[in-house]
Design a protein around this ligand. Structure first.
Ligand SMILES: *[C@@H]1O[C@H](CO)[C@@H](O)[C@H](O)[C@H]1NC(C)=O
Ligand SMILES: *[C@@H]1O[C@H](CO)[C@@H](O)[C@H](O)[C@H]1NC(C)=O
Ligand SMILES: *[C@@H]1O[C@H](CO)[C@@H](O)[C@H](O)[C@H]1NC(C)=O
Ligand SMILES: *[C@@H]1O[C@H](CO)[C@@H](O)[C@H](O)[C@H]1NC(C)=O
Ligand SMILES: *[C@@H]1O[C@H](CO)[C@@H](O)[C@H](O)[C@H]1NC(C)=O
Length: 481
C-alpha cells in the first residue's frame, strides 16, 4: 500500500518535472523565434519608388570600408560597373550600410537605385584629384565660378533613364568648407562641384535624404524630365557661398515636395541657361510643381526664378510654402541680354516670417556669362500670380522692377496680408516698368498695381488641373539583406 502510494507520488513528481521542462522548451523556442523574427525585421526594408529592382548588393561586397578614412571611390565604381549588366534584367540597387563612406565623384547608371541606410554618411573627399573635370554646360557657355570646366558632381549621371537616389534619411556630407575657402581666396581653377547632378536623363527620383554642406549647389537636374524630389533635408551655413538647395535647370515635369532647406543661397532656384548660350540652346524649364517647402535663407530667396532663364521658364506652381528669416519670398531675377521668358507662374498659400522683401522682381540683375550678350535680347516676364498669403515682420512688402521699354506684365497679387516690421522701410512698395492688378492686399500696393476692390479677391489664377508628374504612382519596394 505504502509502496504503491510512493510510486504514485514518484509518477506525479515526474509528470510535474515533464510539464516544467516542456514549458521551458516552448518558452525557449518561442524566444528563439522571436529573435529570429526581429532579426528579419532588422535586415529588411521598404520604400516607395518609381521602380523596384531585381538585384541588390552592398558596397561592402565591393571592398567598401565605412571608417570615414578609407577612400571608397573605386568601390563605388566597381560596384556600379558590376551592376550595369542588370539594366535589362530588372535593374539593380546599391545599398550603403551604416558607416562613414569617404568618396570622390562617381557616376550612376540607368535602371539603378543608390540607397543610403539611415546611419550611412557619404563623405565627400577633399582631394581635388577625386573630382574629374568636365566641360561647362552648353547652355551656360562657361563654369559658374570660373571660365573653364567644372568639377564633376559627387553623385553624377548623364544620358540615363530610371535612376533613384534615396534612403532612410541617410546623409550626404559635402564637407564644403574646404571648397568655400578656395572660392573666397579665388584659388579655384574650375567651377565647384554639386552634390547630385543628373544631365540628359529621364525618370529621376531623389528622396528621403539629408544633404549637408555642399561645396556649391545641392541638387541639379539639368536637361532632364519626369523628376521627383521628395523628403529632402538640406543644411548649409547661411553664409556659405552659392549653396542653392534644388535647381531644376532646363527640365520638364518636375515635382518637389516636403523639403526642408537652410542654406546660404536660394532654397529652390529655377533656371534655364545663361544669355547667348542659353538662348541658343533653347531648352526651357516647364511644368514644375513645388509643395510644402520650408526655407530659411537670410541672404537669398525662398523660390528664385533665374537669374539664368534664357531658355525660358513656364508653368511653375508653388503651394503651401513656408519662409522663415529669408531675404525674399518669390524672386524673379533677369537682365537685358538674357532673352527668354518667365511666364505662367502661380503661387498660393505661402506663409512668411521675418523677411526683407515678400516679393522681389529684378530686371537689372546683370551677371553676364561674357561681354558677347545681345543687348537687344530682352526677357519676357508675364502672367505672374500670387495669392492667399500672410507675411509678418517684413521690412519691405515688394520691390518690383521691370526693364524700361520692356515692362513686366500680368502681375496679379490677391488676398495677401503683409505685417510690417517695427523698423520697416517708409515706402512698403517700390514699382517701375511693371503692369498688373491687386485685390485684398495690404499694405496698400503701388499705383502700377491698381486695387480692383475686395470683390476680385480671387482674381489671381492657380491651375486646378494636375501636372503629368502628379499622375505617376510610386511602387512599394521591399528588400531583405
Ligand atoms: C520616405 O520615407 C517615408 C518614411 O519615413 C516612407 O513612407 C516613404 O515611402 C519614403 N518616400 C520616398 C519617396 O522614398
Ligand atoms: C547625351 O545626350 C545628349 C542629348 O541627346 C547628346 O548630345 C550627348 O552626346 C549624349 N552624351 C553621351 C555621353 O552619350
Ligand atoms: C532627417 O535627418 C535630419 C538631420 O538629422 C533631420 O533634421 C530630419 O528631421 C530627418 N527627417 C526625417 C523625415 O526624419
Ligand atoms: C523681426 O525682424 C527683425 C529683422 O528685421 C529681427 O531682428 C527680429 O528678431 C524679428 N522679430 C521677430 C519677432 O521675429
Ligand atoms: C485668403 O488667404 C488665407 C490664407 O492666408 C485663406 O485662409 C483664406 O481662405 C483666403 N481667402 C479667400 C477669400 O480666398
Amino acid at each position: 500500500m505504502e509502496l504503491l502510494w510512493k510510486s504514485h507520488m514518484n509518477m506525479k513528481i515526474h509528470a510535474i518535472k515533464l510539464v516544467y521542462i516542456l514549458l521551458l522548451v516552448t518558452l525557449m523556442s518561442s524566444k528563439v523565434a522571436e529573435s529570429r523574427k526581429s532579426k528579419m525585421i532588422r535586415s529588411s526594408f521598404e520604400y516607395n519608388a518609381i521602380n523596384c529592382r531585381a538585384h541588390s548588393v552592398s558596397i561592402k561586397d565591393f571592398g567598401g570600408v565605412g571608417d570615414g578614412k578609407t577612400l571608397n571611390t573605386k568601390a563605388f565604381e566597381s560596384a556600379i560597373n558590376h551592376l550595369n549588366q542588370y539594366g535589362s534584367e530588372g535593374g539593380s540597387q546599391l545599398y550603403v550600410p551604416a558607416g562613414k563612406w569617404l568618396t570622390g565623384s562617381f557616376s550612376l547608371i540607368s535602371h539603378f537605385t543608390l540607397y543610403l541606410n539611415k546611419d550611412a554618411v557619404l563623405l565627400a573627399s577633399q582631394d581635388m584629384n577625386e573630382w574629374p573635370v568636365i566641360k561647362p554646360l552648353p547652355s551656360y557657355g562657361r563654369g559658374r565660378d570660373t571660365a573653364g570646366g567644372r568639377y564633376t558632381s559627387l553623385i553624377f549621371g548623364t544620358n540615363l533613364t530610371d535612376v533613384i537616389v534615396t534612403g532612410d534619411n541617410g546623409t550626404i556630407d559635402g564637407q564644403g568648407s574646404f571648397w568655400w575657402q578656395q572660392f573666397h581666396m579665388k584659388k579655384l581653377k574650375y567651377t565647384r562641384p554639386y552634390l547630385i547632378e543628373l544631365m540628359f536623363s529621364d525618370s529621376i527620383q531623389i528622396s528621403n535624404l539629408t544633404l549637408l554642406n555642399s561645396p556649391s549647389w545641392n541638387i541639379h537636374p539639368v536637361y532632364s524630365s519626369n523628376i521627383i524630389v521628395k523628403g529632402i533635408t538640406i543644411i548649409a551655413p547661411v553664409r556659405s557661398p552659392n549653396t542653392d538647395g534644388i535647381n531644376p535647370d532646363s527640365c520638364t515635369n518636375i515635382k518637389i515636395e516636403d523639403c526642408y532647406i537652410v542654406s546660404g543661397d536660394d532654397c529652390v532656384a529655377v533656371k534655364s541657361g545663361w544669355d547667348e548660350y542659353g538662348i541658343k540652346f533653347g531648352w526651357p524649364t516647364k511644368q514644375l510643381v513645388i509643395r510644402r517647402l520650408t526655407c530659411i535663407s537670410p541672404y537669398s530667396a525662398t523660390i528664385a526664378l533665374g537669374s539664368e532663364m534664357s531658355g525660358g521658364i513656364q508653368d511653375v506652381r508653388a503651394e503651401d510654402i513656408t519662409a522663415v528669416h529669408t531675404e525674399s519670398g518669390i524672386r524673379i531675377k533677369t537682365a537685358v541680354g538674357r532673352g527668354g521668358y518667365v511666364k505662367d507662374i502661380y503661387v498660393q498659400r505661402m506663409t512668411m516670417h521675418t523677411m526683407k522683401w515678400a516679393f522681389w522682381i529684378t530686371g537689372n540683375y546683370g551677371s553676364h556669362a561674357d561681354k558677347n550678350y545681345d543687348p537687344n535680347a530682352l526677357p519676357e516676364i508675364r502672367n505672374i500670380n500670387y495669392r492667399d498669403m500672410k507675411a509678418e515682420n517684413v521690412s519691405m512688402a515688394a520691390r518690383l522692377e521691370g526693364i524700361s521699354n520692356d515692362p513686366f506684365t500680368g502681375i496679379c497679387i490677391s488676398n495677401v496680408t503683409i505685417s510690417m516690421a517695427a523698423k520697416a522701410k517708409k515706402q512698403p512698395w517700390t514699382c517701375n516698368d511693371i503692369e498688373g492688378i491687386t485685390s485684398g492686399v495690404s499694405p496698400k500696393p503701388c499705383g502700377l498695381l491698381p486695387d480692383q476692390g475686395i470683390k476680385k479677391i480671387k482674381a489671381c489664377h492657380f491651375p486646378s488641373d494636375y501636372l503629368p508628374i502628379d499622375m505617376l504612382e510610386l511602387q512599394k519596394c521591399s528588400y531583405s539583406l
